[in-house]
Design a protein around this ligand. Structure first.
Ligand code: WT7
Length: 669
């Protein structure tokens, strides 16, 4: 391999603005970090040639490769007959096979050395710690599965989970999987409105929530939010309420039941039924380029295989690892890399309930030392926050248990990468920068830590079976070094199967981008490949923002704004931000006769947070007399973006209807 990659060049000079440096240094980034001999020796996959060999097999003989992997990784009740049935854009993987996903995460470890191993180590924000073994986790899940059955829940029924990051959230997901119910986890930071929309879209029968959860020393009133959401959600028959914070809640007779009461008595052995490979496992809502969130549907065998294989290889899992992923289970990262991918591998997963800076900004480092955690998987936005909080918070701790670091959610700028590498990893730990999406179910482009030489800012090379390409608008591959659209040209086991109730949107949105290439999955991301074939992800090129590693549709924010009585029209754009990657700037025109002012700005910011959730609160609101539009009436977001960034309006403005709008917007700030 040695000759293929360039030798490291001197580091670029530091400049004051982190974002400026991101832009210049990603394109000038030539540093290469090879896995150490020490890491390679112990790695599950210890050389680039071993990766290449397996990768080539996976794309040249996919049938053979996936058959073998699916047989060896999963516990089948009935063996599958076909590996793949592919009628683009609909895939069916491992048909004929039957299995139970909870059994694949739990029962399989009983009667082995893992039976009394910690499955979950939990630390609550107040500092309470619980350890749950595989045997105990199965006990909890079995009992909850009985509760579900007693409630009359059937396979295929939808269950909304709106819980803090506590072990019961994992128990709830696995109990759904065990009886074949379809979970939809809604992040606890979402508003009652957002929760209601998701419940109504999938017509959930059961909602599982808690009295509250801890966040920065305060209680997030989850049950009260559910009560509000259910004012307009007729499908819900039962609300199961976990006691966490002991804050006061109102319980409605005939609808609401306490988890600890429902759970009393009852058998703790639950015989799990087997379900088809393609039985729906979960729906997870994510932002798209229109206002309505997309209900991404994942099914059983293929999803689990993707999550399990990637977890094992990307995190180089070993029996004594203690793995910490800082994502909430409300996001796909929590589904694949807290729950399914890790527990199916029999790993020990550490979870934390609260904020990273509570009571002080060294909370993560303290927990890593306290519990001897070995792997940390977090997001660039968090890394940049840690950098800003200062090295002293890190230097108080040993961090010598860590052996591997991961990054996910957005491109990591090389400066954050270097800080992560030196300050957290003490130059010992490889960093896996993993590119994937809610839709892909599992990691797609990533280093394998014992094999892949790392380049800060690049997600490097595709995982087994994944064939990504960078193409132009016609779907033709562009030359190396040129930017283009990132597509995946082959189906993969953990791919989404459709959008819940919106198959047309699924077809158009992901597979209709390149006429003549209806088997190309369009990711919505821009990317380029360098001369070594490494992928560099630029970020979203559709109307989706990435704020602190979370996806937010511009249309969602806009529809929240126009639902306010003062607003006539609104346009949301992203502005580069040192900390959050992008910050949210909205341009608002007011209805006739409504006076602009700071109080109204505050009110609108709060209104958006109330409609969607705190993560959607606009960073900046700008009142405008008009918005720049094309002659056909389409808002020209590109121009607004340039205005928000404070730059001059460049590029083509010939389709603009009225240039004076732009002039007045620029003059305003
Ligand atoms: C979008 C998907 C998948 C877990 C978390 C986000 C961006 C994700 C990376 C990365 C550059 C990344 C992309 C992608 N993204 N990981 N390592 N490098 N960009 O899931 O909410 O579905 O968002 O996040 O833009 O399309 P998601």
């Amino acid at each position: 391999m040695g000759g293929v990659l360039q030798l490291p060049k001197p580091m670029p000079k530091p400049v004051t603005n982190v974002m400026d440096q991101t832009i210049t240094s990603v394109s000038r980034e030539h540093r290469i970090f090879r896995p150490s001999a020490e890491f390679q020796r112990q790695a599950n996959l210890g050389s680039l040639s071993a990766y290449k060999k397996l990768y080539e097999e996976s794309v040249n003989s996919p049938e053979k490769f996936w058959r073998r992997e699916a047989e060896s990784h999963l516990v089948w009740r009935k063996r599958f007959t076909d590996v793949l049935k592919w009628t683009p854009p609909h895939a069916k993987w491992f048909t004929g096979g039957r299995l139970n996903i909870a059994e694949n995460c739990l029962d399989r470890h009983l009667g082995t050395a893992r039976e009394n191993k910690a499955a979950i180590i939990f630390e609550g924000e107040p500092g309470d710690v619980r350890t749950i073994t595989y045997r105990q986790l199965l006990f909890h899940v079995s009992r909850l599965a009985h509760v579900f059955e007693n409630l009359g829940l059937n396979a295929g029924d939808r269950v909304a989970i709106y819980l803090p990051m506590v072990p019961e959230a994992i128990v709830a997901m696995l109990a759904c999987a065990r009886i074949g119910a379809v979970h939809t986890v809604v992040f606890g930071g979402f508003s009652p409105e957002a929760l209601k929309a998701r419940i109504n879209d999938c017509k959930a029968r059961l909602v599982i929530t808690a009295d509250g959860g801890w966040r920065r020393g305060k209680i997030v009133e989850l049950k009260a939010n559910v009560d509000k959401a259910l004012e307009g959600a007729p499908s819900v028959q039962t609300v199961l309420v976990l006691r966490r914070c002991r804050n006061e809640v109102s319980m409605r007779d005939g609808r609401d039941i306490w988890w600890h009461e429902a759970w009393e008595g009852g058998p703790n052995i639950h015989k799990a039924k087997a379900f088809d490979s393609e039985h729906p496992l979960f729906i997870l809502y994510t932002s798209g380029s229109t206002g309505k969130p997309k209900g991404v549907l994942h099914t059983s065998a293929g999803f689990l295989l993707g999550a399990k294989m990637t977890a094992q290889h990307v995190f180089d899992l070993k029996e004594n690892d203690r793995y910490f992923c800082s994502a909430d289970i409300g996001w796909i990262t929590g589904h694949s890399y807290v729950v399914y991918g890790l527990l199916s591998n029999g790993a020990t997963v550490f979870i934390y309930e609260g904020a990273p800076n509570h009571p002080e900004p060294d909370r993560f480092w303290r927990m890593i030392d306290r519990h001897g955690l070995t792997i940390l998987y977090t997001a660039p936005t968090a890394i940049r926050a840690f950098m800003r909080w200062g090295d002293n918070y890190v230097l108080r701790h040993r961090l010598d248990s860590l052996r591997l670091l991961g990054s996910v959610g957005e491109p990591i700028n090389p400066e954050a990468w270097m800080w992560y590498h030196t300050m957290i990893g003490k130059k010992r730990c490889p960093i896996v920068d993993t590119w994937w999406q809610t839709e892909t179910g599992a990691i797609m482009i990533t280093p394998l830590p014992g094999a892949t030489p790392l380049k800060p800012g690049s997600a490097t090379l595709p995982f087994f079976g994944v064939v990504p390409k960078v193409v132009d608008s016609l779907g033709h591959e562009v030359p190396r070094g040129t930017g283009g659209k990132l597509v995946i040209t082959r189906p993969w086991p953990s791919m989404l199967r459709t959008l819940w109730g919106e198959d047309d949107r699924y077809k158009r949105g992901y597979w209709g981008e390149f006429p003549g290439h209806e088997d190309y999955y369009f990711t919505g991301d821009g990317a380029r490949q360098d001369k070594d074939g490494y992928f560099w992800i630029v970020g979203r090129i559709d109307d989706v923002l990435n704020i602190s590693g979370h996806r937010l549709g511009t249309a969602e924010v806009e529809s929240a704004l126009v639902s306010h009585p003062a607003v006539a029209e609104a346009a949301a754009v992203g502005k580069p931000d040192d900390l959050k990657g992008q910050s949210l700037v909205v341009f608002v025109t007011l209805k006739a006769g409504i006076p602009p002012g700071d109080a109204l700005k505050e009110e609108l910011r709060a209104h958006v947070a109330g409609e969607i959730g705190a993560m959607a609160r606009p960073d900046q609101i700008r009142f405008a007399a008009g918005l720049p539009k094309t002659r056909s009436g389409k808002i020209m977001r590109r121009i607004l973006k340039e205005i928000a960034t404070g730059g001059e309006v460049r590029g083509d403005t010939t389709t603009l209807e009225d240039f004076s709008v732009v002039a007045s917007l620029q003059a305003e700030e």
